[in-house]
Design a protein around this ligand. Sequence first.
Ligand SMILES: [Zn+2]
Length: 114
Amino acid sequence: MSMFWHLSNRRYDSQAGDASSAARKATTSVEELENRLDRSMLACEAMWSIMRDKLGVGEEELVDRINEIDLSDGRLDGKVRKTAVSCPKCNRTISPRFPKCMYCGQPIVHDPFA
Ligand SMILES: [Zn+2]
């Protein structure tokens, strides 16, 4: 075998290893998201059953409220979009996904229902 062939195959082995590692990380991320979704669904179902059984809230009222919240961003699309917020310290617009301002480091207390 030539040296070129050997080096070339090592490069492909390395790329295959990188792809395999990326695939494992993606699988782990999906599994973590599925676990979080399962826990969220359990919490929603528990809250709904308490509201229905103890407060007498009907399913139509629940669906109306879901649609009202869905429409709060102007779109009835089955999604809740969090809008950008302003940093209270530097007043720059920042993503609601981050716990701190990415410009000045100010911790941001987000409204969990915003
Ligand atoms: Zn800031």
